[in-house]
Design a protein around this ligand. Structure first.
Ligand code: KMT
Ligand code: NI
Length: 234
């Protein structure tokens, strides 16, 4: 294929599965003494790209090496975008708002409080879109069985979390991440915290459960019944 459509597809299409960030199941929260460590199970239980897509996550590998961004810009003017691929992605997906911030003790006043709040489990009533311009950190998302999956994002990763997914974020041990936040429309960063709010009856949560949790849970149930059926035959 050639022509404008090919150029557009090349500019915005999601890249091959192998390049997605590494992800794994975490130890139980009671066993987490340092949230900034990897906190893997022993042996490690990896989560593959197919599983991450089934949770509703999206991912693009971006070129964060050859384009530079301010340390902080709230908001960030889209006219300052020189990366055509970022521009195309924003246009395609309607990401009308963006800002840039650096989460590091020297650059973010109240760093510790922010990190604590980011790590409080929550949902949003919109997609969470993060482009990692430098550094690294962990996004934790719940699977339909309510187990934590830890995703290690780093420079060049653009990841979206679907509306209504339970999640949290933490810096890793480097205590440094430079990120662009994007939003469709007027941004609202206020999290809807689980356990202190009735998130289960929130429309965004219910929508997420219907779209992503129910199909997976039904499949698990069917698999279990199939196994049970075999056992009965024995
Ligand atoms: C969030 O919503 O948790 C954040 O914005 C964290 C910093 S972005 C990597
Ligand atoms: Ni969030």
């Amino acid at each position: 294929m050639s022509g404008p459509l090919a150029t557009k597809m090349k500019s915005t299409c999601q890249i091959v599965d192998e390049e997605w960030p590494e992800a794994w199941y975490m130890v139980e929260d009671e066993k987490v003494s340092n949230q900034k460590c990897e906190n893997r199970l022993t042996p490690n239980k990896a989560v593959n790209t197919k599983e991450m897509k089934e949770l509703g996550l999206n991912y693009w590998k971006m070129d964060a090496e050859n384009y530079s961004y301010p340390v902080k810009s709230i908001p960030w003017n889209p006219e300052d975008a020189t990366d055509p691929r970022l521009q195309a992605l924003r246009d395609d997906r309607g990401y009308s708002y963006a800002d840039v911030l650096t989460i590091h003790p020297d650059y973010l006043p109240g760093f510790e409080t922010h990190v604590k709040n980011f790590f409080t489990e929550h949902i949003h009533d919109a997609e969470e879109i993060r482009y990692i311009l430098g550094g690294s950190g962990f996004f934790d998302v719940r699977d339909p069985l309510d187990r934590w999956i830890r995703i290690h994002v780093k420079k060049g990763d653009l990841m979206t979390l679907p509306e209504g997914i339970y999640h949290r974020f933490t810096c890793d041990e480097t205590d440094y991440i430079h990120a662009m936040r994007m939003f469709i429309g007027v941004p609202c960063w206020t999290p809807i915290n689980r356990f202190t709010t009735d998130t289960e009856s929130h429309q965004s949560r219910q929508q997420y459960v219907c779209k992503y949790c129910m199909p997976l849970l039904e499949q698990l149930g069917a698999d279990k019944r199939a196994l049970g059926g075999d056992e009965e035959k024995e």
